[in-house]
Ligand binder design. Structure first.
Ligand code: ATP
Ligand code: MG
Length: 396
């Protein structure tokens, strides 16, 4: 490693000292970067792509950062849209692929807007690459890959932490969590995903400040829940969330059931299966996830749900109550709520064998409801062999 043109504090990892190949970089991200270079701007790849590639893992996406402002990016890169208010970024679309482009930001305290509790409300104060490096969350997320020479620039000690697999906050973790409590959830997610050790103070601050999670907007909470549970590490993330006592902020109605043997088994079986499907590149739906996570609360409202006598309107009413309560904390989009309700209602329809089986098979929610039924049986519920009956019916 050598000191580079980016100032005394920077370290450069030369192309000969890492194994990231240009071919592994998403073509759309490359083309965005070349467009910005042609326009006379600087542009780098930062964040998860560099971190995961250096660890030898398959990165999820490719985030681009530049000294061009969102408006300048929009003028240079085709098919772009500026999104966000609190934190303006640009989305460049190519087919179904979206490349996220952000502008170097500075954490200049005077220019950022904070709430009375210290939460960042607006952060559109632009700066240099070095300023940008220090406003990112963790050292390992602040490595910049330069496509011109394939060098990686580090201002914050990220290389060292990555080598030792340590998650370290940039600046005081308490202050950084107060500015944006989502960073607490991100820390838990990266710990699980990358098998990291949390730096001492950071770990203590997670426990000490987890109550700040109640300050996160309900929309952002929903997005973060999906990132926690639909990206291949759901089982371990749920354990970590229990360890750090953060479950109650994302899933207040699930928390109490994680210590009940039957419910815990159902939830962990589902999460294990979700991880397996993720690694097999199979589809994952938010509605199935929430059907499982909120099922114990629904059951608690209705009593036993393995009787054919339970009427569907009764389930619908209980479902509305459970979903409404969940939405107060974490807003699930309406169409997802509808699917969750249907998956639950169909649990009763699937017990009414064989009456109306033709209609049931054609129901758009049949597959999810059937998978859910099998999951319940696998987790120890006696449903009178309904799962087997439907398995025979669909394989016949
Ligand atoms: P992955 O995409 O694999 O989940 P990531 O680290 O790339 O991980 P993104 O949400 O794509 O996560 O964010 C890209 C980068 O933006 C991060 O690596 C980090 O540098 C910065 N970042 C994201 N969220 C925050 C935040 N809440 N506070 C500070 N920096 C953040
Ligand atoms: Mg990313």
């Amino acid at each position: 490693m050598v000191l580079g043109q980016y100032g005394k504090r920077s370290e450069i990892l030369k192309i000969s000292n890492h194994h990231i190949k240009k071919e592994s970089i998403d073509k759309d991200a490359q083309s965005v970067i070349y467009k910005l270079h042609e326009g006379g701007f600087e542009a780098f790849i930062v964040g998860g792509f560099v971190r995961d590639s250096l660890l030898g893992l398959k990165p999820k996406d490719c985030d681009v950062v530049t000294n061009a402002t969102p408006e300048e990016i929009k003028n240079i890169v085709p098919r772009t849209r500026i999104i966000g208010r609190r934190f303006k970024i640009v989305h460049a679309r190519s087919g179904r692929n979206i490349t996220e482009i952000s502008t170097f930001r500075s954490s200049d305290q005077k220019a950022t807007k904070k709430s009375s509790k210290g939460i960042l409300l607006r952060d559109n104060n632009y700066g240099t690459i070095e300023d940008d490096a220090f406003r990112r969350d963790f050292t390992i997320n602040s490595l910049y890959l330069n496509l011109k020479n394939m060098e990686i620039i580090d201002f914050v000690g990220g290389f060292k932490d990555l080598r030792h697999k340590i998650l370290r906050s940039i600046g005081d973790s308490g202050q950084r969590f107060r500015e944006d409590p989502v960073r607490i959830l991100r820390a838990i997610r990266f710990k699980s995903k990358l098998g990291l050790t949390l730096e001492n103070k950071l770990e203590k601050d997670i426990t000490k400040l987890s109550y700040l999670l109640s300050e996160i907007s309900s929309g952002r909470r929903y997005e973060e829940t999906l990132k926690m549970f639909l990206t291949g590490n759901a089982e371990s993330i749920m354990s970590e969330m229990q360890l750090y006592k953060t479950t109650e902020y994302l899933l207040p109605q699930t928390k109490g059931y994680l210590s009940a043997k039957k419910e815990r088994k159902l939830i962990y079986n589902a999460l294990r299966n979700t991880d397996k499907r993720f690694h097999e590149n199979k589809t994952l739906t938010p509605s199935f996830l929430f059907s499982v996570l909120l099922w114990p609360a629904l059951k608690n409202k209705i009593g036993e749900l393995n009787s054919k006598k339970v009427k569907i309107p009764k389930i619908s009413r209980a479902a509305n109550i459970v979903l409404q309560r969940h939405n107060e904390h974490c807003f699930i989009p309406n169409r997802i709520q509808k699917s969750i309700k249907e998956t639950w209602e169909m649990q009763i329809m699937l017990l009414r064998i064989p009456e109306k089986s033709k209609i049931t098979l054609k129901h758009p929610r049949f597959r999810a409801a059937y998978d859910f039924l099998l999951l319940r049986e696998k987790s120890g519920e006696n449903l009178g062999g309904a799962g087997d009956w439907w398995t025979k019916k669909i394989t016949r």
